[in-house]
Design a protein around this ligand. Structure first.
Ligand SMILES: Nc1ncnc2c1ncn2[C@@H]1O[C@H](COP(=O)(O)OP(=O)(O)OP(=O)(O)O)[C@@H](O)[C@H]1O
Ligand SMILES: [Mg+2]
Length: 355
């Protein structure tokens, strides 16, 4: 029987279990990715017997299930065999050779003091451990292009890992994940061939596929009957329009649910989905602004202002008239401000915040 306290939690809410809608939630079933999952499993299968897995790169636009599929396959592999040791690294968080080697050593159970251990020594310890223990680490390098983008030549870690068998004298598997396949061309040819023995492509989801994915998630996350008609198709259409992105589709639905709760509504409506989508787009726009653009916006937010007054306020902080004009143009294109030439004010430009 359902727990009484559990059911109280969702009382007065359209949600059954909001956690199922959160970005880090890994569903049991990943719909429409059977082929990609199988292909990845095939490249890694030899690790289960202590052999060398093939290195693979997963490539595709945002929200197409790359990270989820990698986590799913690695979870299954480690349940199937104690030999394989999955290690997940996000290269936005750990972006130096030293940090990545440390994480690897720690995952192998080595104790590495935060400071004072030279990278080469960490590397030696890893090699020693691997030879002794006969376990096969499979290292997922998510957002791997980040290593190449960094100006410090951190991609040398890719060389160490991709040719792990030679460098550490033991088999190692690497699964790179990226939105930008072209990053590979910036690498040394030897790294390219060993890192991307396989490339698995993730295509944008179609509206129908997004509907299926949302349908599964709704069963877990929402109370029954909490969604109005056409809510799922609309969220799917929004995700499809934004590049076949399941993250956008799910996040829009989640936000619409929050709106329903805030309004005290029993059902999520199409209007709430539209409002949620609008809010989300606005939020993303603001997040991606440069500091100077944010500054301009914060000034304009206080009330309409002429271009002359605005220039006076931000000039002298290393910005020129030209750059200010560029910022204004961009903010206007994003629909965050509007500018108007006022004849009554001697043809000056007046800037105001919209939305
Ligand atoms: N096939 C699927 N079935 C169920 N949920 C999915 C599926 N694909 C993606 N999702 C969900 O969509 C969201 C985004 O997926 P994921 O993080 O795997 O995308 P990604 O390709 O790694 O995106 P990015 O390139 O932006 O990192 C997650 O919340 C995930 O649970
Ligand atoms: Mg990802």
């Amino acid at each position: 029987m359902a727990n009484i306290f559990g059911s109280l939690d969702s009382e007065g809410s359209v949600f059954r279990d909001e956690r199922a809608l959160m970005p880090e939630y890994l569903p049991e079933i990943l719909l429409h990715r059977d082929a990609e999952i199988k292909e990845l499993a095939l490249t890694l299968r030899s690790a289960a017997k202590g052999g060398k897995p093939e290195n693979t790169v997963l490539i595709g636009p945002p929200g197409t299930g790359k990270t989820s599929c990698a986590r799913h396959v690695l979870r299954q592999l480690s349940e199937y065999s104690k030999r394989a040791l999955p290690i997940y690294i996000n290269c936005w968080e750990l972006s130096t050779r030293h940090a990545i080697l440390n994480k690897l050593a720690i995952s192998l159970g080595e104790i590495v003091p935060r400071r004072g251990v030279a990278t080469d020594e960490v590397s030696d310890r890893i090699a020693e451990f691997l030879k002794k223990e006969k376990r096969v680490p499979i290292i997922v390098l998510d957002e791997v292009d980040r290593l190449v983008a960094s100006q410090y030549g951190e991609e040398s870690i890719l060389y160490d890992l991709a040719r792990g068998s030679e460098v550490f004298g033991a088999p190692i598997g690497v699964v790179g994940i990226t939105n930008h396949e072209e990053f590979l061309t910036k690498l040394d040819t030897r790294i390219i061939s060993s890192l991307s023995q396989h490339r698995i492509y993730f295509k944008p989801y179609s509206p129908q596929q997004l509907k299926d994915i949302l349908g599964e998630r709704v069963k877990l996350g929402f109370a029954s009957g909490a969604l109005g008609e056409e809510v799922i198709p609309l969220c799917a259409a929004i995700g499809a329009k934004r590049g076949g992105d399941a993250r956008v589709a799910i996040a829009t639905l989640w936000k619409a649910g929050k709106l329903a709760d805030r309004k005290g509504a029993k059902k999520v409506s199409v209007e709430m989905v539209k409002e949620a989508a609008q809010e989300k787009v606005e939020h993303e726009k603001l997040e991606n602004l440069e500091p100077a653009e944010k500054k301009i916006l914060s000034i304009v937010e206080k009330g309409p202002i002429t271009s002359g007054e605005l220039y006076e306020k931000i000039k002298g902080e290393g910005v020129t008239d030209r750059t200010i004009r560029n910022y204004l143009e961009k903010l206007e294109k994003l629909g965050l401000i509007e500018t108007e030439i006022r004849a009554d004010k001697g043809r000056t430009r007046v800037i105001r915040r919209v939305g």
